[in-house]
Write a protein that binds this ligand. Structure first.
Ligand SMILES: *Cc1c(COP(=O)(O)O)cnc(C)c1O
Length: 429
């Protein structure tokens, strides 16, 4: 382990007991004043540190960490990761263009996943010579072969197999069971490889799995890898030698962590051990596609309290951030810790923290014990670096937030707040 990097759960800390909240020592109050609210704040150090954890954990074998762009696709973050050797897992042509814009030198380290790739997206990725296509159906493989034939470039592909393992997570983000839309039934994969191996335009290059997201136990990753390795061995015997095994992403974080949460370094080692155990004796390159684990805890959504309102027995804390800025609580009943940036004295009380959007589903927390806050105070929603900004929208014609990257003691805007002209730009009356 790189000894000058200490692993911490989050970069957000109170300067002292009762002090103000900061990101790597940079005051969130200062950032909110300078850049406005709602505001996403990320620690560059923590993002780099998390990437490093994976790279160190697999340093014993040829490997590539392909960061899952969809978790947080901000260009500055992609660039930061590319500079440290990361590759990328993309799920759309748009994400490919983001990689090209932020780090063109990393395009050879891109894997293209997703259940519905279009011919246009495939053509562009072939032209850019990405590392491999993770193919999710036979019909997609046929389309890939056709696109490759048209431009006379051989396409490197991996089948994304569905290993039929159950991973305990939210049903919307579980993907590794036969009943899900993802991947190809692992029992049919060998036959498809055999057929594809005869094609002039397809190169059987790897095999991939991705069993879901926010998976906290290492066990299902090991179980999925066991099944994959069995298939790789069988194919090798038949003369189809795959160069790459892609274990997917999905390692979860401790949203309830507080300061006593599980040590992220230990989590990564446990995850790596489960995968290494399954891979024992096999060579070839290992790819992993972590998204959330790299960026979630590095980010917070800083928002200002607009109002504290009582309706009967309930107290509502209304913030200037809403479900359009961070949809995870509404979409997955997700929990985000909420902390006042400058804590006031007094006892915590149960409140609902809600946004101004006209939906009852627009809440960040219900019956949450929160220290007293007043209109004008800032609160931070922690662990919001993954699937926060990336899933934001303009619902209620709200401008999507600005994003700030804290780099050591420095901070800089990496995305300006939207304005009305941005929202109107595409419309025709
Ligand atoms: C979403 C996704 C990932 C990343 O998942 P995390 O839970 O953010 O690590 C990796 N690979 C594929 C194919 C995905 O769809």
């Amino acid at each position: 382990m790189n000894s000058d990097l200490k692993t911490s759960l989050r970069p957000f800390h109170h300067d002292r007991a009762g002090g103000a909240l900061s990101c790597d020592g940079v005051s969130l109050g200062t950032l909110a004043k300078k850049y406005g609210t709602p505001l996403y704040v990320y620690s560059a150090n923590q993002i780099a540190e998390r990437l490093d954890l994976f790279q160190q954990a697999f340093s014993g074998r040829d490997h590539l960490v392909c960061y899952a762009v969809k978790a947080n696709s901000s260009l500055a973050i992609l660039k930061l990761l590319a500079e440290r050797g990361a590759g990328f897992d993309i799920v759309s042509g748009g994400e490919l263009e983001r990689v090209i814009a932020a780090a063109p030198e990393a395009v050879g380290r891109v894997v293209f996943s997703g259940v519905g790739k279009t011919a246009t997206e495939i053509d562009r990725a072939l032209e850019m010579e990405i590392l491999e296509f993770n193919v999710e159906s036979e019909s997609e493989l046929a389309l890939l072969a056709e696109c490759a034939r048209m431009i006379k470039k051989r396409a490197r592909f991996a089948l994304r197999v569905n290993p039929d393992v159950f991973a305990e997570t939210h049903p919307y983000i579980s993907t590794g069971l036969r009943e899900h839309k993802f991947g190809i039934d692992i029992r049919r994969a060998a036959e498809i490889y055999r057929k594809a191996a005869k094609s002039r335009w397809l190169e059987p290059h790897g095999i991939s799995v991705h069993i879901g997201s926010q998976i906290r136990s290492a066990q299902p990753f090991g179980a999925a890898m066991d099944r994959v390795v069995k298939l790789v061995t069988q194919l090798k015997r038949e003369g189809i030698a795959l160069k790459v095994v892609d274990a997917g992403g999905g390692l979860g974080i401790d949203y309830h962590g507080g300061e006593d949460g599980a040590d992220p370094a230990a989590k990564v080692l446990e995850y790596a051990a489960a995968i290494e155990k399954a891979l024992a004796g096999s060579d070839g390159k290992l790819l992993i596609e972590p998204g959330r684990f790299i960026v979630a805890q590095a980010g917070a959504l800083v928002t200002r309290v607009l109002n504290v309102k009582k309706n009967g027995k309930k107290t509502f804390v209304i913030t200037d951030a809403a479900m359009n800025d961070l949809i995870r609580p509404a979409l997955y009943q997700a929990y985000h810790e909420i902390v006042p940036v400058k804590p006031r004295a007094g006892r915590a009380r149960a409140v609902d923290v809600v946004g101004p959007v006209c939906e009852t589903g627009d809440f960040f927390a219900r019956d949450r014990m929160l220290k007293p806050v007043e209109a004008g105070d800032l609160v931070a929603l922690l662990d919001a670096g993954a699937y926060g900004m990336a899933q934001s929208s303009n619902y209620n014609t709200r401008f999507r937030p600005a994003e700030v990257l804290v780099e050591g003691k420095q901070h800089r805007l990496i995305r300006r707040r939207e304005e009305m002209k941005d929202l109107l730009a595409t419309e025709i009356i």
